[in-house]
Design a protein. Structure first.
Length: 178
């Protein structure tokens, strides 16, 4: 049992750098990101403990880009919210790659956009006459790219990476065979 806790702690310590590296690698491709996928995957495997790498990721992003309230508060809200939402549906979706692909794209991207617009309106003080629709409508093509990107990334990577993490979590002290 002691080794299982140590194994989990070590694996969790590697999760935040994976999120950061994945984000940096995909930055050149507009609206395609792997952060959502990794947070969902880590939450499915580690449960509520996934909040620790999420917190480290959010802190790292603040250190790298600055702690400007108009985007940093969004990160402080949206990524832990994804852990909460994933925990709420985890028992229903289980290990279904298609289920998680739909969740990460069709369910999460609209929430992501709505929270972003709400916080922009609140913290940038865009004025009382600012219409949410005036911001959301021009964002539709970007949201579609985000939806497609999340769907493809999650569908392609969920099963293989879930198997690897699950195997690492449930293996004994013996080395993993090739």
């Amino acid at each position: 049992m002691k080794h299982a806790k140590l194994r989990k702690l070590c694996m969790l310590a590697l999760c935040a750098p994976m999120i950061v590296a994945g984000k940096i690698l995909l930055e050149p491709i507009p609206n395609v990101e792997i952060v959502t996928f990794f947070i969902i995957l880590f939450t499915v495997v580690f449960g509520w403990s996934a909040l620790f790498p999420v917190a480290i990721f959010v802190l790292e992003e603040g250190l790298r880009y600055g702690f400007a309230p108009h985007w940093y508060i969004f990160y402080c809200v949206i990524w832990p919210l994804l852990v909460v939402l994933t925990m709420l549906v985890k028992r229903r979706i289980k290990e279904s790659a298609i289920g998680w692909a739909v969740f990460s794209s069709i369910v999460f991207v609209p929430i992501f956009s709505f929270v972003n617009v709400f916080l922009l309106k609140t913290f940038r003080l865009l004025g009382a006459d600012f219409s949410i629709l005036a911001y959301l409508i021009p964002e539709i093509p970007y949201d579609i790219a985000h939806i497609v990107g999340n769907f493809v990334v999650t569908l392609a990577l969920f099963k293989p990476l879930y198997r690897v993490l699950d195997r690492l979590m449930h293996t004994g002290d013996e080395p993993i065979p090739d």
